[in-house]
Design a protein. Structure first.
Length: 202
């Protein structure tokens, strides 16, 4: 009797494991099927091939090609290095900001320059600001630049290049946080920030 009970318990456990596994596979397949374009494929974490144009492939073998959008003009608002112990929140970690209101712009400016008067009055009915911060660096020679902005049918892609000094460069030992802030025409599209790294040879 005890042996029979043990067999029944084992069969039940195996059945539960199989059921859980089946549910997991079904849910995973549903999430894959729900991907219908390049942006969703990239956001799901599937591999992006560095071709031209870029392509993203799902585990079920489908490939989505990134559409070629149009380049958006932008106006530089401010670019430089934060220093003297002044850093954007989260201890100077690398980050990006989308500023859509006067209040947000005032708050960001106060974080960056507590003792300075705000530099520019922005018409947020017509524009938004995009800001990138490289994060806290322990030496000079670092920088970050928004190089181009591409508008697609579903999103706006912001391409930034981070530059670090090469191993042969002699740099000052100074804590800083490179940043770049630009202004573009207002849009309700999702903004994607794409970072590329470069080395400055000396």
């Amino acid at each position: 009797m005890e042996k029979k009970t043990a067999w029944i318990a084992a069969i039940l456990v195996i059945g539960i494991i199989i059921t859980i596994g089946a549910i997991f596979i079904i849910q995973k397949n549903k999430s894959i099927v729900s991907v219908v374009n390049f942006e969703e494929c990239r956001e799901a974490g599937y591999p992006v091939m560095e071709s031209s144009p870029q392509q993203c492939r799902t585990p079920d073998g489908r490939t989505f090609v990134r559409e070629e959008g149009k380049e958006v003009s932008f106006l530089e608002i401010k670019k430089g290095l934060l220093g003297n112990g002044i850093f954007i929140e989260e201890q100077g970690m690398k980050q990006q900001r989308i500023i859509t209101s006067t209040e947000q712009w005032s708050d960001l400016w106060t974080e960056m320059f507590p003792t300075e008067q705000i530099a520019s009055a922005i018409d947020f009915d017509d524009s938004i600001l995009l800001a990138v911060f490289m994060g806290r660096k322990g030496s000079g020679g670092n920088g970050i630049t928004i190089e181009k902005i591409i508008e697609n049918s579903q999103s706006i892609d912001v391409f930034s290049r981070e530059i670090s000094p090469g191993k042969n460069c002699v740099t000052a030992s100074v804590i800083n946080n490179p940043y770049h802030i630009v202004q573009i025409k207002k849009s309700e599209k999702k903004v994607n920030f794409i970072f590329e790294q470069g080395i400055r040879d000396c």
